[in-house]
Design a protein around this ligand. Structure first.
Ligand SMILES: C[S@@+](CC[C@H](N)C(=O)[O-])C[C@H]1O[C@@H](n2cnc3c(N)ncnc32)[C@H](O)[C@@H]1O
Length: 265
């Protein structure tokens, strides 16, 4: 099942998003709950932000992790020697596990990239033991001010860019209630939805800018395609936006939130 996630390299992912998903993993697991023992699955593990947070739970006996991107899976393997962690390449829409295998299944920042999120959620339900918990989270479109700053600036100074890799609006599932509906359709019961907030804090404009343009995701792809003069113009406009119209370069923080749901199989 195709993914709309633009992957470059595991290192680029770490500086662009992995540092924030690591921060989100703790409140996500607080909300989802972790069983005291048993087998759990990280569906769409990326470079392992959530998998490694799960590995901090000593009672768990097996932590399976699966992702589309082979190089992300390899990065996760290189980040741990915990014998309970088993990472493999695979598709969350066709999970390679028997029915009722897991005591909990998690998916952090994945379902809005999956072309058929309903199918992925049905798979999460299938591999869970009866009465066990699944939980998922996706960034809110409105709750990601640092990402919107990029695209809003592009739209302001490059109006002809529309349709050339510039998102025309928000991704599916990134509004309140949409992820809950996917869980309802998959047959989960007792569904709860919440907002999880973290601060994305950058040391300087370079720290904000470089991972996005030379790293991971749709913005880097768009930026790569621009001639130099327009890249420079975009950089200057974004710097002015980051500095919020004045002041010294330095740390800036952006409160960002994700929608999370949990439900029982
Ligand atoms: C934003 S990253 C999140 C990764 C990780 N969960 C984290 O929080 O850092 C989205 C991940 O979803 C994975 N993905 C997208 N579609 C997938 C699919 N159909 N099957 C497996 N993984 C998928 C991508 O490869 C990528 O690693």
């Amino acid at each position: 099942m195709p993914s709309t996630f633009v992957a470059k390299g595991a290192e680029a992912y770490e500086t662009s998003m992995g540092r924030w998903s690591r921060r989100l993993a703790a409140p996500f697991l607080d909300f989802a709950g972790v069983p005291p023992r048993g087998r759990v699955l990280d569906a769409g593990c990326g470079t392992g932000s959530l998998t490694l947070a799960l590995a901090d739970h000593p009672g768990l006996e097996a932590i399976e992790a699966i992702d589309f991107e082979e190089n992300f899976v390899a990065a996760l393997r290189s980040r741990t020697d915990d014998a309970r962690v088993r990472a493999q390449q695979g598709d969350v829409c066709a999970l390679p596990y028997e029915d009722k295998t897991f005591d909990a299944v998690y998916s952090l920042l994945v379902l809005h990239f999956v072309s058929d999120a309903n199918r992925a959620a049905r798979e999460m339900h299938r591999v869970l033991k009866s009465g066990a918990i699944a939980a998922a989270a996706v960034w809110s479109y409105d709750g990601m001010p640092s990402w919107r700053l990029f695209w809003d600036t592009v739209r302001a100074i490059e109006p002809e860019a529309s349709g050339k890799g510039v998102p025309s609006g928000r991704r599916p599932l990134t509004a309140e209630g949409e992820l809950r509906e996917v869980f309802e359709n998959a047959g989960f019961t007792g569904i709860a939805e919440t907002r999880l907030t973290i601060t994305m804090d950058y040391a300087s404009f370079e720290d904000f800018w470089l991972p996005k343009v030379y790293g991971q995701g749709t913005f880097a792809t768009y930026f790569d395609g621009l001639p130099k003069a327009r890249r420079d113009r975009l950089r200057d406009a974004l710097k002015a936006a980051y500095l919020a119209g004045g002041g010294d370069d330095g740390p800036r923080g952006f409160e960002s939130f994700a929608f999370a749901v949990r439900g029982t199989a």
